[in-house]
Design a binder for this molecule. Sequence first.
Ligand SMILES: C[S@@+](CC[C@H](N)C(=O)[O-])C[C@H]1O[C@@H](n2cnc3c(N)ncnc32)[C@H](O)[C@@H]1O
Length: 291
Amino acid sequence: MAALELPIALEPLSLGALWHLSEGLRFVRDNVQPELLAQDVAATPGVSVQWSSFLSREGLVRQALSLATALELASIRGGARSPSAFRAHWEALGFVAHVARDGTPADDYLDALFLTSRLSFVSSSAPLANVNLASRASRVSDFLSVAAPGRSDVVFDLGSGSGKLALTVAASSETTVQGVELVESAVDEANGSAIALGLQNVAFQRADVRDVDLSAGTVFYLYFPFRGEVASSVAATLGALARQKDITVYASGPVRDYGEFFVREVEQGALRLVQRRGEFEEVMVLRSERG
Ligand SMILES: C[S@@+](CC[C@H](N)C(=O)[O-])C[C@H]1O[C@@H](n2cnc3c(N)ncnc32)[C@H](O)[C@@H]1O
C-alpha cells in the first residue's frame, strides 16, 4: 500500500495510462477484505489514515479518468480523428505488455474509450457460449490488416460482447460493422459506446447468432464465442453463404469442438483455409472456395 501513497501527478498522464492506473487501484480495493481491514485498523495505528488516503487518491484518479474519457470521446465525435488517424493513433501506442502483463498501452486506450471490462462475468448462461472476453488490440490490428474491410464490406462480429472489436473496426475504417450478441446488457453498452463516439457505421443487436440473417455479410469475425452445436451450425451457415458469394472468415479459437467445424467446411469445398495466424496458430483465415 505504501507505493500507492506516492504522490500521483495526474495531469500529464494519457487516457490509457489513467485507465491502467485506475484499474490497478480498483483491483487493490476489490481485493481488500473488510474483516481483515477492520482487524488491521484495530491492531496497527495509522492504517485507518493510510486507507482513507488511498481511497481519496483512487477517487481522484477516477475523476481524472472520466474527464479524460469525456474529452477524448467529444474530440472523436467532433471529427478530430479520421478513421485512418484513429487507427494510427491506437496502433502507435503499441502492443508491448506491461510488466505485470495486465494489458498493453493500445488496449488501455481502447478499453478506456469503450469502458471495456477486461473480463466480464456478465456473459451468456447458454451452455455452449463462452465468457465475454474482449479481443486484444493486437488481434484487432491483425484482423484489420488481413481482412482489410473497405467501404463496400459488411463486417459481422458474431458474439460481439461489449463491442471492443466491432467499435474499433468501425472507428478505424469506413466499413459497416454489425455486432450480434446474446447478452442484452453488453449490447446496450456497445450501442452506448457507438453513440458516445458518434459512429454511424456500427450497430449491435441482441440475438442468438443462429437466428440472424447473415447474408449481407462479406467479412465475419469470431473470437471463440461458442462451441459444439452452435459452432457447427454457424460454420454450416457460413459455408452455405461462401458457396453463394465471396466472403472472408477470421476465426480464432481451438480446433476441438470449434475450429473443426470450419475445417469440415473446407473439406466439403465451401471454404478455403488461406492461412493460420497467431502465436499458437489459433486463428484461421478462410475465404470462399468459389472460382
Ligand atoms: C469471447 S466474447 C467475444 C467479444 C468480441 N467479439 C471481441 O472480440 O471483443 C464471445 C461473446 O459471444 C457471445 N455469444 C455466445 N454465444 C452466442 C450466440 N449463440 N449468439 C450470440 N452471441 C453469443 C457471448 O455472450 C460473449 O459475449
